[in-house]
Design a protein around this ligand. Sequence first.
Ligand code: PLP
Length: 410
Amino acid sequence: MSHPTVNFATYLKDYPDERGYFGPFGGAYLPPQLEPAFKEIAHAYHTICHSSKFISELRRIRREFQGRPTPVYHCERLSNKLGSCQIYLKREDLNHTGAHKLNHCMGEGLLASFMGKKKLIAETGAGQHGVALATAAAYFGLECDIYMGAVDIKKQAPNVSRMKLLGARVIPATHGLQTLKEAVDAAFEAYLREYESAIYCIGSVVGPHPFPLMVRDFQMVVGVEAREQFQEMTGFLPDAVVASVGGGSNAIGIFSAFLNDPVQLYGVEPLGLGAEMGQHAASVTYGQPGVMHGFKSIMLKDEAGEPAPVYSVASGLDYPSVGPEHAFLHELGRVNYVKADDRQALQAFYNLARLEGIIPALESSHAVAYAMEIARQRKQGSILVNLSGRGDKDMDYVIEKYGYGEDLLL
Ligand SMILES: *Cc1c(COP(=O)(O)O)cnc(C)c1O
């Protein structure tokens, strides 16, 4: 395959192009009625988000409301159990609301209020994006409509309560299978009706242009902070940076600061229960090029060409595609896309809790699991992991289904 010559010193300025393409991937595949709405967002992003007023306000919010910068932490006990390679964590679990998602939700909320919008609209599956967005809406005094499959509403009661406490309306999608896909349809329909006074907020580096660009830029703070903190702690850059990949926002956030460095980058996809279709959500590993949800990327399709069923123990990772920039970085060979299955993720979950006093989100546990694999194989060096979120949300489920994991402890 022939690759464009990419200069990583100017990459973040060069990609995406003005139409939202990262090489062959990205773009905006929209029904004609929605084109003006997304053009308006792209225009607002290019003007407002680069104004000094926006930038200084976002900085203040990050410091005073979110509790940034989040620390980098050296896992000495975990590292020593595995050998002599050292594992470090970027503690996004300590970001307000307990995960990295608030980084882009606060950016989207700030943009909405600069644009004079009254309402934030989104869909949510497990409820994590809904909770982060409802938090942003409460902060900015905006209305918030979260569309959620009726089945998911029953399954995710604590997150539904959180969204309601924060003042959001949780609107059930009651057609079809009543899960995420139906919620996406319902949210898009609502946006079509309300785009003059509302803005649609996407929860990862996916969707039509400008969201993959915008969400990357809002998440980049993770990588910028981590690179500086790591160098200050150790005097070096890490040998490898590892992050879990659902849609890919926490991964792009940390990778973007290291693209032009001699640092290996690993995006960890969920292998779930195995390589058969329906048992995993390893979209880059097993997917093929195509268009879905308004953008071109790599995706998992069934025989009919529809989005394939996906599974992972981590509900934040079970998406049948990835952000277009990941498809591009894969094609360029700059990021290695690798896998961790449910069992490996659970092993990381239990051991990080026991050895370091940190209960990680099951999504983040996939990244920790792969870092543990690398640490076992190498005699020296260091690995920086994006610990994208905390595991309080997963604890009850894990204990009920798998107990306290005695057999998985190192
Ligand atoms: C949603 C979520 C993810 C996956 O989303 P990305 O866009 O791939 O980052 C990972 N970790 C946590 C804690 C999440 O809530």
